[in-house]
Design a protein around this ligand. Structure first.
Ligand SMILES: Cc1cc2nc3c(=O)[nH]c(=O)nc-3n(C[C@H](O)[C@H](O)[C@H](O)COP(=O)(O)O)c2cc1C
Length: 174
């Protein structure tokens, strides 16, 4: 699939079919996340891949009752270790979150290329998830996503984006 078509037609998918993707498809998507860049190649990202039905159901209240999270055959919990690395000034504090976000973006685009839907979940209770999974103190959750074949064809053109002239400032902020 053409790269720009992948980027253009990746949508947040909130309705999923029950059938799982073949393991080799999931493996390719996970590999796309693994090979994402990170600051100084420190690779703070770790993914918890959940297929167990009961575990998926338990995630819903921790995602502020977004029930569709458990509707996909697989849910991925993207975690990051605090790399305690000051990349310089204020970005030092956000380095891990940036790195995990890049990996998750690779994952969502690779999923789209495979015909799989995802939905970035940023509304969740980090403390509850940390306790549930027994994450180490210096590891936090940055995002979750269900992943699976969508119901229907949600891979439409993007809507509601600001125009390029507003998005891009050439040469200076103006
Ligand atoms: C950081 C982030 C957090 C998000 N959190 C949620 C969420 O908790 N629940 C949800 O249904 N969608 C969530 N979304 C999806 C956005 O609502 C969606 O990406 C946006 O409306 C654009 O739609 P599209 O992804 O279909 O292009 C999140 C997206 C991002 C990037």
């Amino acid at each position: 699939m053409d790269f720009y078509e992948v980027v253009r037609t990746r949508r947040s998918v909130r309705k999923y079919r029950a059938d799982s993707s073949p393991q080799e498809v999931l493996a390719r998507v996970l590999e796309a996340a693994r090979t994402a860049p990170s600051g100084s190649n420190r690779q703070p990202t770790r993914l918890i891949v959940i297929k167990d039905e009961q575990t998926k159901d338990k995630l819903v209240p921790m995602c502020h009752n977004q029930a569709f999270v458990a509707a996909a055959p697989v849910v991925i919990v993207a975690c990051g270790r605090d790399i305690k690395y000051n990349r310089g000034e204020w970005m030092g504090r956000h380095a891990m979150i940036v790195d995990v976000a890049i990996a998750v973006d690779h994952l969502t685009l690779a999923a789209r290329a495979e015909g799989l839907g995802t939905c970035w979940i940023g509304s969740f209770n980090n403390a509850a998830l940390k306790e549930f999974f027994g994450l180490p103190e210096d590891v936090d959750v940055v995002a979750l996503t269900p992943i699976g074949y969508p119901e229907g064809d949600p891979f439409t053109e993007p809507e509601g984006r600001i125009p390029l002239e507003e998005f891009v400032h050439w040469d200076a902020w103006k």
